[in-house]
Design a protein. Sequence first.
Length: 165
Amino acid sequence: MRLSRWIGLLLCGLLAATAHAQGYKWVDKNGHTQYGDTPPPGVNATPLGPPPPPISSTPSPAPTGDVKEGAPAVKKGPLTPAEQELEFRRRIKEAQEAAAKADKEQQQAREKEENCKHAQAALRTLESGERVMSVDQKGERYYISDQQRAAETARAQEQVRQWCN
């Protein structure tokens, strides 16, 4: 039993040694590219480098050195689940902010349109020539004079210019 363990270990060692053997690439006399661990004599063989390391699923550390502040780091490979979650949350937050901004702009546009309608209605009333009634500080009603009508008309025209343009 002990001998079989030693033989197994010896075979594993031999297999590992052959796995690290140098590989070569050459073109044979027929023009075909050939690969092997020993090139035939008299051919121009190119030694092959070691195989690339396996791709790791852990993120690589951030590069140091000549990285400009504020410049995005170039990332290679797929995102980890945590990075995917952060990216998803960032996109959701940006979408919510954009939607809130659009809602605010729509609300401001509606208010401006409503103010424009009110200013135009007030201007039409003042320019119609009808008698216009107003309320004083005591709560009593009175008809406005021609001078007051002119002042109110000028104010209404200014509001129309402000809200309707």
